[in-house]
Design a protein around this ligand. Sequence first.
Ligand code: ATP
Length: 364
Amino acid sequence: MAEIRIEHVTKAFGDNVAIDDINLTIEDQEFLVLLGPSGCGKTTLLRAIAGLGMADSGRIAIGGQDVTYLPPGQRQISMVFQSYAIFPHMTVHQNIGFGLLMNKVEKAEIDRRVRSAAELLHIEDLLDRRPSAMSGGQRQRVAVARALAMEAKVLLMDEPLSNLDALLRLEMRAELKRLLADVEATTVYVTHDQIEALSMGDRVAVMLDGKIQQCDAPNTVYESPSNQFVGSFIGNPPMNFMEGTIRRDRDNLTVAVGEHDFSPPEALQPLIRELSGDRVTLGIRAENMETLVAPSSDTVPVTIEVVEPLGAQNLLTAKIGGHRLKVSTHPSLAVAAKQQVHIRLPADQIRWIDPANQSVLYKR
Ligand code: ATP
């Protein structure tokens, strides 16, 4: 069992709090992704788990053992770095076996584990080569094989694919996912690439300013973001946001965006009624709106500013009440810039956000 339990972990560099009172439990053999913009504290958290940077306060346990004060070598972890950190003067075999040699593992056992890890990564034919004679993708495989050969209970990966070109990255993403499903390790994977995070993780912990904003399954993080930041960071294009004005009539509540009135779902009306000001933010994803050529009772008229054909979809830019929205449509819908169309925003697809703290309101 290698559950990782992180309790109230904080780490600052001078006045800069890099991670702020983090609480997170990563289940045994789970693949957890730490996702967030540059500087949000992902690497600092990963290093704290590894024991490479001691936390200022809090506690970390791996497999039920308190490792807060243990050095990295005693934590049963192995790491893959963005820079690969493989040795150019050693062969691939020596590189993969390096950690095992340092741990004084027997030669025959090193050879067995090196070959088995190399086979998993499909680099068994490269074992006698030196990394200088290899491509970036092959070097990356060596770094992953070296981590797997350690047969550690916990695998920590810091942006392992970020040095690869886009196509190779796409390939390695699926390959790593396949590979790690067969390895009985708990994996923590750092990335700032939201597609990588959604496609690989069992759960994604979205970070900002040293705090975890939301930690959930990829679909949940995408469909039900906990706050405006998560909605805007995840998804391409990001979630659209519009500012609405709340109209609290005695037994009716509506929200006006420009000329258009929206009726929030009944379950959310009390929460919107309780908001302190008269503003609420509406969030909706590009693909959750419907574009019609003819008006209907529940559509909003908009003028298209730009049409971007993206192959599988067309992305329209249109304005509602002074807000520019991205709307995706099927390429078969023939529309052009400057044309007026009618957009349906289904009530159950709108996320209602409290502007005071940017959190999304959900039925309590
Ligand atoms: P990136 O994606 O750019 O690597 P990150 O999310 O991994 O970013 P961290 O590297 O964890 O972020 O950094 C978090 C904050 O702590 C940043 O403000 C960074 O400048 C600061 N920081 C990190 N390491 C150090 C250090 N050794 N000394 C001083 N400040 C540091």
